[in-house]
Each structure stands twice: as C-alpha cells, then as structure tokens.
Design a protein around this ligand. Sequence first.
Ligand code: 5GP
Ligand code: ZN
Length: 114
Amino acid sequence: MDPCLFCSIIKGDIKGDIVYQDNSVVAFRDISPKAPVHILIVPRKHIETLLDLRDEDQGLIGEICCVASQLAKDQGISKDGFRLVANCGPGAGQSVYHIHFHLLGGRPFSWPPG
Ligand code: 5GP
Ligand code: ZN
C-alpha cells in the first residue's frame, strides 16, 4: 500500500509548511493555495474520509474546529470571514484520503460552491 501523503507530512518524511501542531492535530499550508490563506488541518490519526469517523473521534473533530477558529484569528482572516471545508469522496473532489479541513480566507467566496 502506498504511504499516505498527509501521514508522511505529519511524520516529517515529506516537508510541510506547518503552522500549528499538538498531540492530535497538525495544520500546514496547502501546496497549491486557492486563497491568500489556505491551510489544511488534519488529525494525526489516519482516517480516510468523514464516512470513516467513529464515535470515539467526536472530540478530535471538535479540536480541529477549535484549531480552525484560533488559526483564523492568528492569520488575520476572522474579521472579513473565512471558509472551513471538508471534501468527502470523489464527487466532492477529495484527492487525499486522510481527512482534512481546508481553512480558506483572505478573499471573498461565492455561494453555492462549485
Ligand atoms: P482535497 O482535494 O482532498 O480536498 O484536498 C487535498 C489538498 O491537498 C489539495 O488542496 C492539494 O493542493 C493539497 N496537497 C496535495 N499534495 C500536497 C502536498 O504535497 N503538500 C501540501 N502541503 N498540500 C498538498
Ligand atoms: Zn494518513
């Protein structure tokens, strides 16, 4: 099985521009940013998609949302507004199968998303 890209970044085997990390969550800049601020927030635990979450992961997802809130403030995108997005499955455009939340900000966003 191929090594997971985000597990490799978390372990330090592949370089990532890490902006935050703690015992359960890591956040790093997207390599192909879609907004002036584009950070990926991931659990250290390898979970492939949102569909694979278990009851025991509830706290982890809460932590990720709290990290997103703090990073939005730290990165200066909280005042104008920002977006927190998790793509699930091919129809939604998920390309890396280790769950991640995109924190996007620094420009206006349209709704509905494409
Ligand atoms: P998805 O399409 O699965 O929702 O998001 C995956 C994201 O990972 C994309 O926005 C893509 O630009 C980003 N990405 C892909 N490869 C790398 C990489 O090697 N390093 C970083 N930092 N981001 C990556
Ligand atoms: Zn992984």
